[in-house]
Each structure stands twice: as structure tokens, then as C-alpha cells.
Design a protein around this ligand. Structure first.
Ligand code: MG
Length: 167
């Protein structure tokens, strides 16, 4: 279970790195709002890794930090980036589900309980992506539409996730 949790710490750090790369790409491309949205996403992924590290430590385990693989650097359009984001989050949902199944198999019900938060978080992540993809499909290549989407995403702010806020 500890090895699998450490793998997930690495996966969350890779997610953070991916979203930071997207933020840097959109900042360079002049989409300040989309860049802001991805920076918030980056902070959330760092928090996911922290929640898992705290959990490993609180159970008397040992955190093991592994190398973070390189991430893509450019996306042709905002829609491409959000499609990639959804596909990535669906992959992460699969990883969380596997962790959950392992916790059940090993009768580690405490870890299973901690993972409940992640299961719910993934539902939210996927829903957010679906909504943004729908909106970007609606505006297509319309500059004014993209301008408004960018403005809207610029308003997103980071909220500390409840498992960290409670500490
Ligand atoms: Mg995550």
C-alpha cells in the first residue's frame, strides 16, 4: 500500500507539472485567464500530493520522492489543452480507483477512508473539464467568445482542500 501511495504522490506531482506547463504556455500565448486557471490547477495538484504525503507520514510510513517525467510544452488551441486535461484526469481517476481496490484487498480500511476524498475530487475534476470543453466547443474560433472564456477563467481562485485546511 505504501509503495502504491508513493507512486500516486509522483502521479500528482506529474499532474502539477503538466498544469504548470499549460499555464506557462497560455501565459506566453496571451491567454492570461486560462493561464490563471491552470495555475490554480497546479496548486491543487501540489495539494493532492501533500495530502498523500501527510497520510503516509501519519500512518508511520516513509515517503519516497521519485523523478518527475517531462511534460508536453505546447498545445495548438485552448480546446486541445482542455481535451488533454480531461483525458489526463480520467487516467488519474483510474489510478485512484486502483488504489482504492488495493486498500480493500489489503483490508486497509483507514487508507480506503482517506481515498474517499480523492474519489469525490475526481468527479469534480472531470465535471469541470467537461463544462469547459462544452463552452470552448460552443465558441469555436470566435475571438470574442475566447476573450470571454479567458476573462471568466481569470476569476478562478485557489481554495485549500479540506484535508489540508483541517490540519
Ligand atoms: Mg490530482
Amino acid at each position: 500500500m505504501q509503495d502504491a501511495l508513493n507512486e500516486q504522490v509522483n502521479a500528482e506531482m506529474w499532474s502539477a507539472y503538466l498544469y504548470l506547463s499549460m499555464a506557462m504556455h497560455f501565459e506566453a500565448e496571451g491567454y492570461a485567464g486560462i493561464a490563471n486557471w491552470y495555475k490554480v490547477q497546479w496548486q491543487e495538484e501540489l495539494a493532492h500530493a501533500e495530502i498523500l504525503r501527510n497520510w503516509i507520514n501519519s500512518r508511520g510510513g516513509r515517503v519516497s520522492l521519485k523523478a518527475i517525467d517531462a511534460v508536453p510544452q505546447t498545445w495548438a488551441t485552448p480546446l486541445d489543452a482542455f481535451n488533454d486535461t480531461l483525458a489526463h484526469e480520467q487516467k488519474v481517476t483510474g489510478l485512484i480507483n486502483k488504489l482504492y481496490a488495493l486498500a480493500e484487498e489489503e483490508k486497509d480500511y483507514a487508507t480506503r477512508g482517506r481515498l474517499d476524498w480523492f474519489v469525490n475530487e475526481q468527479v469534480e475534476e472531470e465535471e469541470n473539464c467537461h463544462k469547459l470543453i462544452d463552452r470552448l466547443k460552443l465558441v469555436g474560433n470566435d475571438g470574442m467568445g475566447l476573450y470571454y472564456v479567458d476573462q471568466e477563467l481569470g476569476a478562478r481562485t485557489y481554495t485549500v482542500p479540506s484535508p489540508l485546511a483541517a490540519n
